[in-house]
Design a protein around this ligand. Sequence first.
Ligand code: AVJ
Length: 349
Amino acid sequence: MDAARSVSTEDTRVTIREINNSGPFSTLADDVRKGFSRSPKQLPPKYFYDDRGSRLFERICSAPEYYPTRTENALLEQKSASIIAHVKPSSILELGSGSSRKTTHLLNACDQQQCYSKYLPFDVCGDIMVSAGKHLTCRYDWLEVEAHVGDYCRDLPALPGDDGPRLVAFLGGTIGNFGEDEALAFLRGIHAIMRDEDRLLIGADRAKDTEVLHAAYNDAQGYTAAFNLNILEVINRELGAQFNLDLFEHHAFFNEPASRIEMHLRSKSDQMVYIRDLDMHVSFKRGETVLTEISRKFAPGALTHVLDQAGFVIERHFEPGNNYYSLILARPKSGTAARYQASPDRLAV
Ligand code: AVJ
């Protein structure tokens, strides 16, 4: 069953395929009901990113305390030429492409090396990919953009294959927002759509001084706090809830034993909140917190381990002088990539 729908755009070099266009909030009701029924309460971080949340996230990325974006960007700027020369991709598939800003380093390298790859952004929001795609086709006269709308945790199997090597990019350090099992399952899902000559390019944040980490998630301008609180605004709007944002506060800290940042929303008082569309009353004790995001900070060995478990070997590992961040190029372990190449009887896995 191929439910994908192709939508035409004015720009003939930007096409968009809707694998799943139910939008970012189609699972919100279920997730909110479940998350508020748990103890401790919890919400999935993917709901931060409505229009306002996405703008706040952009602010976070340029805040002086938030080093990951800058660091990854510098690594991509320096290493894209060698990555493209090595992989010679016929297509670049980017999971969670957003504004595609990070991708320009890879595309610049393609341009310089006359490696005319197709670009396949994959995200929940089609509009952003179309406007980013138009921008990119203006900049690169050879570029074709085939945007895919869907949920990259679920819809990867519906992606089209490719004849040449594919570079699958998962940047920004988002792998850190998954728990251990989730991260492994996600990487295995990527592995399942890769062939031997394909490569995974993944960015991950590293463990470092607590003060540096703390500052990155508690920026002085308060962008991270506003970003965190915005998830309540999303629930108010999408589910007719009555959260008063003044009665919650941002709380982010480094959980050192678990090597992860935890972002919470902390209730400033005893309160009861009604969520109309769920017909649900949720009570909060003063000081009680809702976990809204984990952001794991990896040791190099932990990255090698999870990639190994998912069927990858690290081919190149780029890091800055301060070891703040890892940009990793990995390939499927020999003989483990089955799709397209294997004889049909080997596809039953
Ligand atoms: C870029 C999505 C991985 O975990 O650092 C930034 C999101 N949360 N500040 C991260 C985020 C709070 C971010 N990711």
